[in-house]
Design a protein around this ligand. Structure first.
Ligand code: SF4
Length: 273
């Protein structure tokens, strides 16, 4: 957002909006990426500077409005991967975070991928997601897991919500109320519920399948347990379940098989003489 500001000081003085970029980018915001592109270009020409990489911090709702910025970012300033934080897929949860809708991330991801291809570079985005944020229900996390599956994403970097002092999210977490709307906000405080929310982000990992099944049953989504293309996890046993060696490889608990019925005396027992 380098040098981006309101088009008019008079408008800015009378403005009562909390954010220039939420719920959508304000039409009065000068989102010109020109100054940032100039800066990036100057840095590249600086004697002694070989490379300058942006590893994170890109606001994709603004970046997607500037193909020239995405082109420069992909061609000159990405060192293999770029971390971005779509955080969630549900609009209601993203609104609580004051973040743009997931469609904005999808558009940016497509543009970045095309720009990287054109630059002849094999690089990718590392998207971060969060579980347990105020306003995020178990059902919302199921929706997020379905979105991840649809997008063929298997996140490894996930964050469980931790309230940070002086933040709006912490206020919602402790009071259960959105301070801006005064509306109640659902919060997750029970460690077991937090664990289930987080497990859904690992729907693809057999080590978490038992927890994901538990979460789906609790969310009333047994229909997502099975071997069909829409399902998130296979059943625990029977048709469509994972072979035991795959569960072992993933470090998942393996159900014990009942041993053969014994007819003789217990092992180690002595015959009466
Ligand atoms: S929200 Fe819009 S009108 Fe208000 S300060 Fe930001 S850019 Fe200006």
């Amino acid at each position: 957002m380098y040098q981006m500001k309101c088009k008019s000081e008079a408008i800015e003085r009378s403005c009562r909006r909390l954010s220039c970029v939420h719920p959508e980018v304000c039409e009065n915001l000068n989102a010109d990426h020109g100054p940032l592109l100039d800066l990036m270009s100057r840095v590249r020409r600086e004697p002694g500077v070989k490379k300058v990489f942006l590893a994170s911090g890109v606001r994709y709702d603004l970046a997607e409005k500037s193909p020239a910025f995405i082109e420069a970012l992909a061609r000159h300033h990405t060192g293999g991967q770029l971390s971005v934080a779509p955080e969630h897929s549900k609009k209601e949860v993203l609104d609580k975070m004051k973040k743009p809708g997931i469609e904005s991330y999808e558009r940016f991801a497509r543009q970045f991928s095309c720009a990287s291809e054109e630059a002849g570079k094999n690089q990718y985005l590392v998207p971060y997601f969060i579980s347990g944020h105020p306003g995020s229900t178990l059902e919302d996390m199921v929706d997020l897991a379905l979105w991840l599956k649809k997008s063929d994403m298997r996140p490894r970097q996930v964050q469980e919500f931790i309230p940070t002092p002086m933040s709006m999210a912490a206020c919602m977490y402790y009071t259960g109320v959105d301070p801006l709307t005064r509306q109640p906000v659902q919060t997750v405080k029970d460690p077991a519920d937090k664990r289930l929310q987080k497990a859904l982000l690992f729907y693809w990992d057999p080590a978490h399948h038992d927890e994901v099944r538990e979460a789906l049953v609790k969310a009333g989504r047994r229909d997502l347990i099975g071997s069909g293309p829409r399902c998130l996890v296979p059943p625990a046993s029977g048709k469509g379940s994972l072979p035991i060696h795959m569960r072992r490889m993933a470090g998942a608990p393996v159900p014990k098989r009942p041993g053969p019925a014994r007819s003789g005396p217990p092992k180690g027992a002595r015959r009466p003489s």
